[in-house]
Design a protein around this ligand. Structure first.
Ligand code: ACO
Length: 333
């Protein structure tokens, strides 16, 4: 069974309520029909009811079973505005500004998640990553014990012996441009949790660099070495090692030469890149050259799950991201 099928099955076992902030968007409506038909999640669509229903009828899509909520007419608007004001008054938000901001569908949907009216949020078919994540960072914030929200791509590489038969998690490829050592350690720990909770994997985390175990000396290498120390101290039972080059991380023969005795080298299934440039370029290289499936970016580290879509996504991608979000919500019980 492919990984996404397993995630679908898991989502169906304990259905969660996921809010889709771009409820008027066509691919979202097509996905909505499929999600309900498959029983992957209960859905809330945010938007104008008339517009949503007209679009659905034009597309020939059934929305039976989905709840539609319009921020402008919702009886929760005032409660959300008041709660948002309380959360952000120290940042200069006034009650008037709060009332205006929470009418924005993404802010409104984020407040639904914050106040427990939804278990998770998916958006981003139209909005940028920043448009979606900023409200989440301001309102939902990080899970206890986690210093940063980050992201991972689940890579499924066909005909590949590396990782778990070609399945590897790459992080961070979408959120933190220049993580410091503390943040890198937090990204590594969050990604190991995603590997375990979402993918059912036994994580073996490689902290990537252009150096293996001191083969090069540079401040960029020191950043990764420090992150390894911090992560090991925080999670002594986690299988994590570094700094490691990519080949030493995944190829047993190279590992035996460059990092003998490492419990991770040669067997890594979680690859933590030193910064966003490396991570974003790295996942796209594997996706294009190896024709790999790249599931994500899966956001991790939020107190409640929020996930971003690519603006180039299709309706099947949205179904998959909703399934991922629903399974993340199950883990947060
Ligand atoms: N984790 C936790 N909190 C964070 C994080 C983080 N990673 N980043 C910012 N915050 C907090 C800040 O502390 C701040 O909190 P406060 O307002 O309560 O004090 C709040 O979030 C907003 O912070 P800003 O610095 O104003 O947020 P910014 O405008 O920098 O946006 C964002 C954050 C959107 C994540 C930004 O870092 C970003 O744009 N990252 C790159 C996204 C991107 O373009 N990725 C590539 C494309 S995606 C792809 O290819 C798949």
């Amino acid at each position: 069974m492919k990984l996404m099928e397993k995630i679908w099955s898991k989502a169906k076992e304990d259905k969660k309520k996921i809010v889709l902030a771009e409820g008027e968007e066509e691919r979202t409506l097509q996905a909505c029909e499929k999600i309900i038909k498959e029983g992957i999640a209960n859905l809330i669509l945010v938007g104008n009811e008339k517009v949503i229903k007209e679009k659905a009828s034009k597309l020939g899509v059934s929305l039976n079973g989905a709840e539609i909520v319009d921020p402008e007419t919702s009886d929760k608007l005032k409660a959300y505005a008041d709660a948002f004001y309380e959360l952000r008054k120290k940042k200069g938000i006034t009650p008037e500004k709060a009332d205006k901001i929470v009418r924005d569908p993404i802010y409104f949907a984020t407040m639904m998640v914050k106040l427990g009216d939804a278990d998770g949020l998916v958006s981003g078919a139209v909005h940028t990553t920043g448009d979606l994540l900023r409200p989440g960072l301001q309102i939902v914030k990080t899970a206890p014990g986690t210093s940063v929200v980050s992201s991972t791509f689940i890579m499924e590489v066909p005909n590949c012996e590396y990782g778990d038969n070609g399945v590897l998690l790459f992080a961070d490829c979408a959120v933190n441009p220049c993580p410091d050592s503390d943040q890198l350690a937090s990204i590594a720990i969050s990604t190991a949790e995603t590997a375990k909770n979402l993918c059912g994997m036994d994580p073996k985390v490689a902290m990537l660099s252009f150096s293996t175990k001191g083969s090069a000396k540079h401040e960029l290498v020191d950043k990764v070495r420090n992150a390894v120390e911090i992560a090991k101290k925080a999670k002594p039972d986690l299988s994590l090692d570094g700094e490691l080059q990519l080949d030493a991380s995944i190829v047993e023969k190279v590992a035996s030469l460059k990092a003998p005795g490492s419990e991770v080298a040669g067997k890594a299934n979680v690859l933590v890149f030193p910064d966003l440039q490396a991570g974003n370029i790295g996942y796209k290289l594997v996706q294009r050259f190896a024709k790999a499936d790249a599931i994500g970016p899966v956001c991790q580290g939020f107190a409640k799950p929020i996930n971003d879509l690519s603006r180039g996504c299709n309706s099947d991608d949205i179904v998959n991201v909703v399934a991922v979000t629903a399974v993340q919500a199950q883990a947060q019980k």
